[in-house]
Ligand binder design. Structure first.
Ligand code: CTP
Length: 404
């Protein structure tokens, strides 16, 4: 790809040290990089570090006559093809969202016409805070701004959750607009979350699925270089960065949307959704009134998305999930054969604190020639290992990317 002129804004956060590696990677790929640091950033890394890596003077102040006599701030704003703020602190995001221009970096963001990518990095509670999220919503609605991350996982302060800055290599690939990793060049379709089967206009049958495992897998597949479509039932999780989410409601919607996504091209299909096996045979047009002492619903079987996709003549490499409470290996292997799958991920949903609606899980993956147990661990870490394992098996069966 063509070399870009990248204006890297570094704000105050422990992840600032990782941006030094980002500068190194960008320079290695032939890009021009100029770094602007906020006062908070200087408390973590010295300007000299970025100057040495970028080969350019680092700007830290708006009202610096010497720096302004070189490349003035308006000139610098015009020079950039792409602005990247990494790490972006909660404070910086608030100021950017409000359109403030109270230091050099926010002034540059006001003055530039280049796209602005923001890579948040902060404590998970700060990220989840309502005021931060309101600023996130403002930035999401800003056509000049893209949010890259944050990632989930262990934080420098010891907390676990969303708020980690994306790794320098991932940011570098996003800037370059290229995908790298074991699933580069593959198209992946994943189902996630519960389905809702309407009883009447205000009631439905559903289950406790949070969608966390499917969303974590989608993020891991994207990080592994894949183009990812996530067909998702109703959940309250943000779309992973770079993943296309297609929302559905019922099992029938899920089948139709998945078939559409698979028809558009699919190398790997992973079904994590907790699809309702049955639906009411009719949905009442009006709210059902409590007129009788008891009532019964007549249920009919829902279509099986996983089995339908796996049965196609042009079936992609297909991975199912099996939630079991006993005889896990026996039932998982039975589903592997019966649904004609390439792999099945089995988990014991009776284990306390794991699986359904939890942040943690432990699974055993079976395929015709082997099996591997993963976890217990966070769904994020588990998803990364699962994707690596699936990518290995996919490459073994279909050959390297582009060969299938
Ligand atoms: N699945 C699906 N569509 C359905 C039901 C299930 O795509 N209508 C997928 C799930 O996403 C999961 C796998 O099938 O990947 C396992 O589903 P599960 O309901 O546990 O298995 P069943 O074969 O339905 O068996 P049982 O419910 O009897 O355990």
């Amino acid at each position: 790809m063509a070399a870009k002129r990248i204006l890297l804004g570094v704000t105050g956060g422990i992840a600032a040290y990782k941006s030094a590696e980002l500068v190194r990677l960008l320079k290695k790929s032939g890009h021009e990089v100029r770094v602007v640091m906020t006062r908070g950033a200087e408390a973590f890394v010295t300007p000299l570090t970025f100057q040495a890596l970028s080969g350019e003077p680092v700007r830290t102040s708006l009202l610096d006559p010497e720096a302004e006599s070189g490349m003035g701030h308006i000139e610098l704003a015009k020079w950039a093809d792409q602005v990247v703020i990494a790490p972006a602190s909660a404070d910086f995001m608030a100021r950017l969202a409000q359109g403030m221009a109270d230091d050099l970096l926010t002034t540059l963001c006001c003055a530039t016409e280049a796209p602005i990518a923001v890579a948040p990095a902060m404590n998970q509670a700060m990220w989840s805070n309502g005021r931060t999220q309101r600023n996130v919503d403002l930035l999401k609605a800003d056509p000049q701004v893209s949010l890259w991350g944050p990632d989930q996982g262990a934080q420098a302060c010891g907390d676990l959750g969303p708020g980690r800055m994306l790794e320098p290599a991932a940011l570098h690939d996003l800037i370059a607009g290229k995908a790298s990793g074991p699933l580069a060049g593959r198209r992946v379709v994943i189902t996630a979350g519960p389905t809702r089967e309407p009883i009447d206009p205000v009631r439905y049958i559903s289950n406790h699925s949070s969608g966390k495992m499917g969303y974590a897998l989608a993020a891991a597949a994207r990080a592994a270089g894949a183009e990812v479509v996530l067909v998702s039932g109703p959940v309250s999780i943000d779309a992973p960065v770079g993943v296309e989410v297609r929302g559905v409601m019922t099992a029938q919607d899920m089948l139709e949307e998945t078939e559409r996504a698979v028809n558009e091209g699919c190398d790997l299909f992973v079904a994590t959704a907790a699809v309702a096996d049955y639906r009411p045979d009719t949905c009442a047009g009006d709210k059902i009134k409590k007129s009788n002492k008891s009532m019964s619903l007549s249920l009919v079987r829902n279509p099986d998305t996983l089995a339908t996709i796996a049965a196609r003549d042009d079936a992609p490499f297909t991975v199912g999930f099996a939630a079991e409470t006993r005889d896990i290996e026996h039932y998982a292997l039975d589903k592997l054969t019966r649904k004609k799958l390439n792999m099945i991920v089995a988990n014991d949903v009776s284990a306390p604190g794991l699986g359904f609606n939890s942040d943690n899980n432990a699974v055993t993956v079976f395929w015709p020639e082997g099996h591997e147990s993963i976890g217990p661990g966070s769904k994020t870490v588990l998803a990364q290992r699962l994707i690596a394992l699936i990518a290995d098996q996919l490459t073994e069966k279909a050959g390297p990317s582009g060969a299938c």
